[in-house]
Design a protein. Sequence first.
Length: 85
Amino acid sequence: MAGGRIEGDRLESLAVSGTGFVFDPATGHTYTLNRTGLDVLRLLREGVPPGEIGGRLADRYEVAAHEAERDAALFVARLREFRLR
């Protein structure tokens, strides 16, 4: 992690379908994301800092900002856990 951002190299190499199927060609692992997860992944790949993602989700899904921020932070933590950074 550099400067609070998840490095894009690993995220950019993921094959992502519009239905939420994600394939990591480096490991052969597959994952399934819901619509919110797809949005978070898309924003990260666009270079949006993780700290800004919660606010964008709150606006899009009309949920409380603190809930969206918590959920986004948990998702980013999970990406780190799977070494997808």
